[in-house]
Design a protein around this ligand. Structure first.
Ligand code: BYC
Ligand code: FE
Ligand code: FE
Length: 472
């Protein structure tokens, strides 16, 4: 196991000190990164002391250390999972060949593009969430937000390292561009659409960490299968951090649902706005919104890009090496949707061009698990309400369903019907207004805002009452 060298300006486990040119290039990028963090990272946060975890090793357990840290002093670094001896490329036309330690010239632009797209989402999410600290429902939650933010910052470092180490001058230019595009910027937006939507309230934040960070889990897993070994190793370590982001999402949404359910049971109505809660039907609309914009993140159902990434060994399927097939997909088929005669119909299509859809379907299934748990809790509390994921055709902006309107249950409908119903399916101004009205900061240790239940336990063995963030 390689340990992390913290005596360096940039903590790392890649022997950065042995490569002076690379080290200098990254040390030049570092102040630009810190400027970006100070300008577009968490608002009003630079003086706060926060109970954060910092990576100190890359092995499966005991890899992090906890302590009170000011975020600008957080040690962002470069950590790759340990190399697997004699690792091979496990799919596509190079199956069985040794994994690449350097970028093959013929795949340079595709690989760069995948890394840039991945890298672009990380700072985007920090930008999207920047104002949330001002309205935290508790110190526990404020700490979760900042923990997620510093780790997304580190994920940016992970991709910038690959760009600097393996793509020469183009790579350095791309690394600069990652700090020049900004979420929601009219001239230089972030690459993927869902990363240009501001995260304005904490219900949206928990939906984001539940649904959008889960796209991260699936994409990083697919990239961790890459034949380009440095990408695989960096993604493998990122996935350890990602697990926490999804925990924040699932437990956050779960605690809101718990509180809404309590209020509904107590007042015998779903209409709990007057009691300072978020009604379950309103939570359903936020699910409809976040799930549908995240489905777009998987790209088109039929994608020659995805087929090429797969065939050339750049990006695999989720858990590629655990799948029991030929890992080449010659002649294999997969069910893809189309709209025909006003209906969604599925037909068998070549599996290679369906790679994006395969990942989306697995994401869909994984997303359903949390809803099952939430529905069980709602039912156990004696409240009659069922949360559902909307149909894959609903509210889509990429691929087959881009130019049609569909209801949450998947009926293809006309524009008029969509216009009449959109405000009952997706958060409308009044819904957003209500949620916004609840966003009043709670900063007394152990106290929770009225619209969210307390967590079952604190962080890393601390009590829920622990002062997770110190204001001076
Ligand atoms: N928005 O062949 P297609 C995370 C473009 S989240 C805008 O289907 P492909 C995180 C596409 O670029 C994980 N454009 O595309 C979470 C292409 O453009 P060109 C992020 C889109 O390449 C929370 C055209 O449409 N990582 O880590 O197969 C917090 C044709 O489409 C979109 C990755 O995404 C879209 N949604 O698939 C922090 C992994 N979808 O060629 C972090 C890396 C498609 O016509 N990226 N287009 O110019 C990829 O693997 C692929 O780029 C995508 C797109 C799967 C995203
Ligand atoms: Fe990330
Ligand atoms: Fe994440």
């Amino acid at each position: 196991m390689s340990s992390i060298d913290y005596s360096q300006k940039i903590p790392n486990n890649v022997n950065l000190g042995d490569d002076r040119r690379l080290q200098r290039a990254l040390e030049n990028w570092q102040p630009a990164y810190l400027d970006w963090w100070n300008q577009l990272g968490p608002a009003d946060s630079s003086e706060l002391e926060i109970y954060l975890r910092t990576a100190v090793a890359v092995d499966a357990d005991g890899w992090a250390q906890f302590g009170m840290v000011k975020m600008p002093e957080y040690r962002w670094g470069i950590f790759l999972a340990d190399a697997e001896a004699d690792r091979k490329i496990n799919f596509g036309m190079h199956k069985g060949e040794a994994a690449w330690q350097d970028v093959p010239g013929e795949y340079r632009s595709d690989l760069r593009r995948l890394i840039v797209t991945q890298g672009d989402t990380e700072p985007a999410s920090v930008e999207q969430q920047r104002a949330l600290g001002r309205t935290c429902p508790s110190l526990y939650d404020l700490r979760s937000l900042f923990q997620v933010n510093v780790e997304e910052g580190r994920h940016l470092w992970a991709m910038v390292y690959l760009l600097h180490a393996h793509f020469g001058r183009d790579g350095r230019e791309e690394a600069d561009e990652l700090l020049a595009r900004h979420s929601g910027d009219a001239d230089k937006p972030r690459i993927l659409e869902a990363f240009n939507v501001p995260t304005e309230d904490w219900l949206s934040f928990f939906m984001f960490t539940y649904f959008q960070d889960r796209d991260g889990k699936f994409q990083l897993n697919a990239l961790s299968e890459s034949g380009f070994d440095p990408l695989s190793r960096t993604c493998r370590f990122m996935l350890t951090e990602e697990a926490h982001h999804m925990f924040v999402g699932e437990s956050g949404v779960g605690r809101i649902i718990q509180r809404s359910t309590e209020l509904s049971a107590k007042h015998d109505t779903l209409d709990i706005e007057a009691h300072g809660g978020i009604p379950l039907p309103m939570i359903q609309k936020y699910i409809n919104f976040h799930f549908s914009i995240c489905l777009d993140l998987f790209g088109q159902e039929r994608s020659t890009n995805a087929a090429n990434f797969y065939t050339t060994g750049l990006k695999g399927r989720f858990g590629e090496t655990k799948i029991d097939d030929d890992h080449v997909l010659d002649g294999a088929s997969y069910k893809l949707p189309d709209v025909e005669g006003g209906k969604v119909v599925w037909s068998d299509q070549p599996a290679l061009t369906a790679i994006n859809e395969v990942l989306r379907d697995e994401y869909h299934e994984d997303s359903q698990r949390g809803l099952n748990r939430w529905n069980k809790a709602i039912k156990a509390a004696g409240v009659a309400f069922d949360l559902r994921l909307p149909h894959t055709a609903f509210n889509r902006n990429i691929g087959t369903f881009r130019d049609v309107n569909a209801s949450p249950t998947g009926e293809i409908i006309g524009r008029d019907e969509w216009d009449r119903n959109a405000a009952t399916w997706l958060p409308n101004d009044a819904d957003r207004g209500h949620v916004k009205s609840l966003m009043v900061p709670v900063t007394e240790p152990g106290r929770m805002a009225n619209w969210i239940a307390a967590p079952a336990r604190g962080i890393h063995g601390q009590d829920v009452e622990f002062e997770y963030v110190k204001f001076h």
